[in-house]
Design a protein around this ligand. Structure first.
Ligand SMILES: [Zn+2]
Length: 94
């Protein structure tokens, strides 16, 4: 399964967790904490997994005149042809 598809399914699960089935409204993820500590922790784990997986999708560096910039955290500590951002771990594409 491709990373994009895994992300889609994890986000789908997160959407279901934050859906109020009676009103069809979105629930603030922080309010899951009141309902169930375990449910809240699963939501936060899914959120963390999605964030980490998104960084595995290569992103083009932002080409400045004298340096390169990370497209995710905007760090200017990118050296030419680095595979990953040294600050946030974003996978880079050249
Ligand atoms: Zn970065």
């Amino acid at each position: 399964m491709e990373i994009e598809e895994v992300i889609k399914w994890l986000e789908f699960d997160m959407d279901l967790m934050t859906l109020d089935y009676q009103t069809a409204d979105r629930i603030d993820p922080e309010s899951l904490k009141c309902r169930s500590e375990q449910e809240y922790n699963v939501y936060k784990a899914l959120e963390s997994a999605v964030k980490t997986l998104k960084k595995q999708i290569p992103e083009r560096t932002v080409d400045r005149v004298r340096f390169y910039e990370c497209p995710t955290c905007e760090s200017d500590r990118i050296k030419y042809f680095d595979c990953y951002c040294r600050v946030c771990g974003q996978k880079l594409e050249w």
